[in-house]
Design a protein around this ligand. Structure first.
Ligand code: EPZ
Length: 460
């Protein structure tokens, strides 16, 4: 049960590199199932969700080798397994991204239905409707989705749901359609950069796809895909989190490798909140010397402000001069972090899918717990600005999607330390503080996928 100890009040200064995108990496790793040859994926983030996907792919008969610091080579060695076990899908919903590739390549996919989730209702009806429109016969059997089709057939599919399109639903249907007979048109497709990146990966493996980045994607099916090499795009959510960290802690921070074109609405909102933003060729720099101005934030599908940055904006606006309103049009109930921010002194009132945030002059440190990945990031950011010490628990959420956020913030001067009480108890650490010195995990430990066989054996 690790936790982060953050002593607030230190301005941030310096440069930090953004890691590869988790939400691009996961569906691309899953789509490697489609290829006949090995796929080399570079620029992957060192996060536990990538480890989980590697374990799942091993369980599905793929060999996953770490061939460089942040590079995996993924190749099918046994094309027979078709079951994505409950234990893995329950750990990570993005495991559901193997459904389309498995079905298209192996004719059958048995994937546990994902359960509930802390960010609100997350159905998969659109994934299933899309694959059924391609000719799959789908049934539910003891908590598992069983999908079968000897060969999928192209079709016109609408993936618009009540909240707009679906990102991983588009990934599933687009990947499956690559090996379908004939042409598929996805209307109401997600236009997120992560879907565009998946499309580029598939094209590099021989797929024929048009319309990426728009809401109408056309896929002309091919007989087979070959092995390829691909580098995933930088993580726009991690970049946004680091920029918001500088905004809340004040200071001057450059995020190297961040793509301003993927963050247009976020940078506009930061500027509106009074933060200086400079877009460079391969970096974004922000400078904040005062507290933020109040602004209204509506999280929307791309190119809107991402729901995955809504919690971090709430942390920032807790300290704004005035009242802000925050809505989340993608996950209207994604507000569990509000209660934890209140424990730090934030004044947040929630009513029917809207949060009203009345800025306070100061937050005060307290013990808080992350309820999901992005709420964890928001609490760390709030801790950077709070008076005194904030202790953030629930780090297993943060580790799922941030490539050592604490080390990156520490490199910018933040007073932040990771503690491991378990190790402390074993006297492996400094007996007076129990503090583990921060270090660059990605460089020394890589992607942590060296022993994925353990789970493959456990799941049969
Ligand atoms: C992806 O989740 C991301 N995950 C999420 O990031 C992100 O918050 C979300 O997209 C929205 O941008 C990955 O990419 C691995 P959706 P996804 O299907 O695809 C409704 C993070 O913190 N919907 O686009 O599961 C749904 O309820 C994570 O990194 C249906 O109605 O989200 C929601 O309101 C969390 N029926 C909306 O669509 C469906 O079949 C968008 O969800 C599917 C979704």
């Amino acid at each position: 049960m690790d936790r982060l100890r953050v002593a607030g009040g230190v301005p941030l200064l310096g440069s930090v590199a953004v890691s590869g995108s988790k939400n691009a990496a996961l569906p691309i790793m899953a789509a490697s199932i489609l290829a006949d040859g090995p796929c080399t994926l570079a620029g992957l983030p060192a996060v536990t969700d990538v480890e989980t996907m590697a374990q799942l792919l091993e369980a599905l008969g793929l060999d996953v080798q770490q061939t460089g610091g942040n590079t995996l080579c993924i190749a099918t060695v046994d094309p027979c397994p078709t079951t994505a076990p409950y234990e893995l899908v329950q750990r990570m919903r993005a495991s559901f991204c193997v459904l389309g590739p498995l079905l298209a390549r192996r004719g059958r996919a048995v994937v546990s239905l994902p359960g509930g989730c802390n960010i609100g209702t997350r159905p998969v009806d659109l994934h299933l409707e899309g694959l059924a429109a391609l000719g799959a016969v789908i049934r539910l059997d003891r908590g598992y989705v069983v999908a079968e089709a000897p060969r999928l057939r192209g079709a016109t599919i609408d993936l618009r749901g009540p909240m707009g399109s679906t990102v991983t639903g588009t990934a599933n249907v687009m990947a499956a359609a690559c090996l379908a007979e004939g042409t598929t048109v996805i209307r109401g497709a997600a236009a997120e950069p992560e879907i565009v990146d998946l499309g580029h990966f598939l094209i590099s493996a021989g797929a024929r796809i048009d319309g990426l980045g728009t809401d109408a994607i056309e896929i002309r099916g091919v007989e087979s895909l070959y092995g390829t090499q691909h580098r995933v795009i930088p993580d726009r959510i991690e970049a946004g989190t680091l920029l918001l960290a500088a905004a809340i802690a004040t200071g001057t921070v450059s995020v190297e490798g961040a793509r301003a074109d993927h963050l247009t609405s976020v940078l506009e909102a930061l500027a509106e909140a009074g933060v200086d933003v400079a877009r460079g060729d391969d970096r974004i720099t922000v400078h904040a010397s005062d507290g933020p101005k109040a602004i209204d934030v509506i999280a929307r599908p791309y190119p809107g402000i991402p729901t995955d940055l809504q919690a971090q904006f709430m942390a920032l606006l807790s300290l704004a001069d005035g009242s802000s309103t925050i809505c989340d049009d993608v996950f209207p109930k994604r507000f569990l972090h509000a209660a934890e921010l209140r424990r730090l002194g934030a004044r947040i009132e929630q009513r029917a899918g809207t949060a009203r945030v009345d800025g306070v002059y100061r937050l005060s440190g307290a013990k808080v717990v992350a309820t999901d990945l992005r709420s964890g990031a928001a609490l760390v950011l709030a801790g950077l600005a709070a008076r005194g010490e904030t202790i953030v628990g629930g780090l297993e959420h943060l580790d799922r999607g941030y490539d050592d956020l604490a080390a990156k913030l520490a490199a910018l001067g933040a007073n932040i330390q990771r503690e491991s009480p378990a190790l402390d108890a074993a006297s492996a650490l400094d007996s007076t503080t129990g503090i583990i010195p921060l270090r660059a995990r990605s460089a020394s430990e890589g992607l942590g996928v060296t022993t994925p066989k353990t789970l493959a054996r456990a799941s049969g």
